[in-house]
Write a protein that binds this ligand. Structure first.
Ligand code: PGA
Length: 270
């Protein structure tokens, strides 16, 4: 059985004091659930780079949630002005890194380096959350599987079968047209692509790797639609942007993934 995973992508939001407040609040809530021996999904928070440093400062003994970065450079060090390397992330306690987010692919032309970033992340003990997804034009043209298949082939080119079989891969299906639009995919449409992704992983790395790989859905996830995605057999969690910014709303997502009735009195902050 794969442990569900709920990942927050804060994108370019929150300052240092805001992030400190939210990290502390989230940790308080999660550790209370742990103390009550409640089931928890794996929870990952991906703040902007500077706020990664809050994690070891606030939680020197570790935390109930894992830390993730939103990107990483594909080289381990060098003359790359403005970039951040995998060893810089791991030393801060990051365990995950988002790679190939559609905003990086679109705004920074990163399609060609996704495979190298995934390999570098794995080499430095970071679990890559590999984002794939088609544009609206591609979907309308019936090219969803062709686009996602090509993105996967490039992203996974340098991944070893051992890493895949050990569950070191997380793949987020994020249709570009659903990101930040309020128009999530239907659970059925997301499941169809998630099944395709799992089959691609199986073909490349074998059945054990396919079973071990967690596949997330991302794109306008909220507490109102998450349950539908989690009910699908090939969807193991969510990568959440807007609805992750408010801690109370994000906790509703965590509780839904834990199989607990979410706190319906919490404000809808997404
Ligand atoms: P959204 O973003 O939840 O705001 O649609 C998801 C993402 O881009 O990862």
């Amino acid at each position: 059985m794969r442990t569900p995973l709920i990942a927050a992508n804060w994108k370019m939001h929150k300052t240092w004091p805001e992030a400190a407040t939210d990290f502390t609040a989230l940790e308080g809530e999660l550790s209370a659930r742990k103390a009550a021996q409640a089931a928890l999904p794996d929870v990952v928070v991906c703040p902007p780079y500077p706020m990664l440093a809050l994690y070891p400062l606030l939680f020197p003994g570790g935390a109930s949630f894992a830390l993730g970065a939103q990107n990483v450079h594909h080289e381990a060090s060098g003359a790359y002005t403005g970039e951040v390397s995998a060893p810089m992330l791991t030393v801060l306690g990051a365990a995950y890194v988002i790679v190939g987010h559609s905003e990086r692919r679109r705004d920074f032309g990163e399609d060609a380096v996704v495979g190298a970033k995934v390999a570098r992340a794995l080499e430095h003990d970071l679990t890559p959350i590999v984002c794939v997804g088609e544009t609206l034009d591609a979907r309308r043209a019936g090219e969803t599987e062709a686009v996602v298949g090509a993105q996967l082939a490039a992203a996974l080119a340098a991944v070893t079968p051992e890493a895949a079989a050990a569950g070191r891969l997380v793949i987020a299906y994020e249709p570009v047209w659903a990101i930040g639009t309020g128009e999530a995919a239907t659970p059925e449409a997301a499941q169809a692509v998630a099944r395709f992704i799992r089959a691609e992983v199986a073909e490349r790395f074998g059945a054990q790797a396919a079973e071990a790989t967690r596949i997330l859905y991302g794109g306008s996830v909220t507490a109102d639609n998450l349950g539908g995605f989690l009910a699908e057999p090939d969807i193991d969690g969510a990568l959440v942007g807007g609805a992750s910014l408010d801690v109370r709303h994000f906790l509703r997502l965590v509780d839904l993934a834990a199989g607990r009735p979410a706190d319906r009195t919490a404000h809808d902050g997404g």
